[in-house]
Design a protein around this ligand. Structure first.
Ligand code: C2O
Ligand code: CU
Length: 429
C-alpha cells in the first residue's frame, strides 16, 4: 500500500506546497455563554476484548473498550479531550468525523499534526456547536487502526434535551463478525409500547450496510448529524448507510415486535420480542427524494471554484513507479493536485465513479449540500452530508461554502482505498 498519511515528516510545519499554517488554527478554549467544559481523557492501548458471542479478539482500544468511551456534550459546551498513546505502535490521532472543528483539531497526521507516539499525548478542543450524531476515530494508518477498534461515538444534544429513549448504534465488523458495539448478535433492548425512540445508526466499517427496521413505521430525522426537513413516515424500506455515515431514525413503539436488522441478517437490536419478518426484499429509500424542499439555497449559485474528481482503480505512479492504485483523475496520493480555494468561495465539485467498487466520499471540516445525483436535482429535503456513497457509474454533484480555513483531507472512506491512493487535500490559499 501507499501508506496513506505516513507517519512521515513533521506536520506541525506546513507541508511545503501549502501556504496556510495549520499550527495556528487551534480550537477555542472557552465554552459558549451558558455552556460548560466537558473533559475527557482517552488512552489508546492494546487489549483483548470479548464479543457478546464469547469470542475474544485482539483489539486496539481507547480505554480498553471497543467502541471507545461514548463522548457526549450539550450544545455550547467546550469539549476537551486529552489523548494519550500507551502502546499503539503505529501512533494515533483523533479525527472528529463530520464535525467541523478548527483545522488544528482535525487529527489528520502529516497534515494538521504529527501522530501521537507511545508515551506522548495531544489535547483536542472544540465547541459543541453542531447538534447530532458523529463519531471519532484514529486517522493514523487509519484502515488498520479503525478496523482494530480505535473509534467511538460523539453525540451532541441540543440545549433543551430530546425526550424519550435515545440509543446509539455503532456498527463494526470484527474478523468477519458484524457487531453493534461489541454485541455480535441480536441484542435485546426492549421498549414499552408508546415509548418514543431515537436510533442513531453509525457505520464505522469500510463498506456500506443495509439497515431495516421491522414492525413499525419511522422517520429518518437526520443524516450525518443534519436534520432533514419534513421527513415523512416510511415503512418496509431499507436504508443503505455509507461507510462513515450516520442516520437518525425516530418512531413510537407499537405493541408488536420491532427489530433492527443489519444486512438482512439476524444481527441487530430487538426492541420488542416476537417473530421478525424477512426484510431482504424491501426496497431502498433514496434520501435525495425524501422529505420536503425548503426553496433555494445560496449554494446552488454559480460556484467560484469547480472541481471534478473521477474515481477509478488503475495504474498510477506510486513512489515513482507505475503500480495499481485507487486513483482520482488518474493519479494517486500524494500526486493528486490540491483543490485550492479562498475563504468565502462557493465551491462545487462533481464526483464520478468509473470503477467497479463503491467509494464513500468524505470531506473533512465541511458539510456539503447535495445538488444532484446522476444528473437529477435533489427533490426532497436539503441534504447536507459529510460522507456520500458514490456507487459504480454514479455521478454526484455537491457544494459548500469555504468557511473553515486550513488544509483538509478529501478522501474515500473505504479507508483501505484511501490507503491505496484515493485521497487529496482541500487547501485554503
Ligand atoms: Cu472518518 Cu478522514 O475520516
Ligand atoms: Cu473507495
Amino acid at each position: 500500500t501507499l501508506g496513506f498519511l505516513p507517519a512521515g515528516p513533521s506536520a506541525t510545519a506546513t507541508p511545503p506546497h501549502h501556504t496556510v499554517s495549520v499550527a495556528d488554527l487551534r480550537g477555542p478554549t472557552e465554552p459558549a455563554p451558558g455552556g460548560t467544559v466537558k473533559r475527557y481523557a482517552l488512552s489508546a492501548r492494546q487489549a483483548e476484548i470479548t464479543l457478546a458471542s464469547g469470542r475474544k479478539v485482539a483489539a486496539w482500544t481507547f480505554d480498553g473498550q471497543v467502541p471507545g468511551p461514548a463522548l457526549t456534550a450539550t450544545e455550547g459546551d467546550l469539549v476537551e479531550v486529552r489523548l494519550t498513546n500507551v502502546d499503539i505502535p503505529d501512533g494515533v490521532t483523533l479525527h472528529w468525523h463530520g464535525y467541523d472543528v478548527r483545522n488544528g483539531e482535525d487529527g489528520a497526521p502529516g497534515v494538521t499534526q504529527d501522530a501521537v507516539r507511545p508515551g506522548e499525548e495531544f489535547v483536542y478542543r472544540f465547541r459543541a456547536d453542531q447538534v447530532g450524531t458523529y463519531w471519532y476515530h484514529t486517522h493514523q494508518v487509519s484502515d488498520r487502526g479503525v478496523r482494530l477498534g480505535l473509534y467511538g461515538t460523539l453525540i451532541v444534544q441540543p440545549r433543551s434535551p430530546l425526550s424519550g429513549t435515545d440509543l446509539t448504534v455503532p456498527v463494526h465488523t470484527f474478523g468477519g463478525a458484524l457487531a453493534i458495539g461489541t454485541h455480535d448478535g441480536m441484542a435485546d433492548n426492549p421498549q414499552p409500547p408508546g415509548a418514543s425512540v431515537r436510533l442513531r445508526l453509525i457505520n464505522t466499517d469500510n463498506t456500506p450496510h443495509r439497515f431495516t427496521l421491522s414492525g413499525t413505521s419511522f422517520r429518518v430525522v437526520a443524516a450525518d448529524g443534519n436534520d432533514l426537513n419534513g421527513p415523512g413516515e416510511v415503512r418496509e424500506v431499507a436504508l443503505r448507510i455509507a461507510a462513515g455515515a450516520r442516520y437518525d431514525l425516530a418512531f413510537t413503539m407499537p405493541s408488536g415486535p420491532v427489530a433492527l436488522r443489519i444486512d438482512d441478517r439476524a444481527v441487530g437490536l430487538a426492541l420488542s420480542p416476537g417473530p421478525h419478518p424477512d426484510t431482504s426484499a424491501w426496497p431502498e429509500l433514496d434520501l435525495t427524494s425524501y422529505g420536503t424542499p425548503t426553496g433555494g439555497s445560496d449554494l446552488q449559485a454559480r460556484p467560484d471554484k469547480d472541481f471534478t474528481l473521477v474515481l477509478d482503480r488503475g495504474l498510477a505512479l506510486v513512489d515513482g513507479k507505475p503500480a495499481y492504485a485507487q486513483t482520482v483523475n488518474g493519479k494517486a496520493h500524494p500526486n493528486i493536485p490540491d483543490q485550492v480555494v479562498a475563504e468565502g468561495d462557493l465551491v462545487a465539485f462533481t464526483v464520478v465513479n468509473r470503477g467497479l467498487e463503491t467509494h464513500p466520499w468524505h470531506l473533512h471540516g465541511h458539510r456539503v449540500l447535495v445538488l444532484a445525483k446522476n444528473g437529477r436535482l435533489v427533490t426532497g429535503s436539503p441534504l447536507l452530508l459529510d460522507t456520500f456513497d458514490v456507487r459504480p457509474g454514479e455521478v454526484w454533484r455537491v457544494a459548500f461554502r469555504a468557511s473553515n480555513p486550513g488544509v483538509w483531507m478529501n478522501h474515500c472512506h473505504n479507508l483501505a482505498h484511501a490507503d491505496q491512493g484515493m485521497a487529496l487535500h482541500l487547501v485554503y490559499q
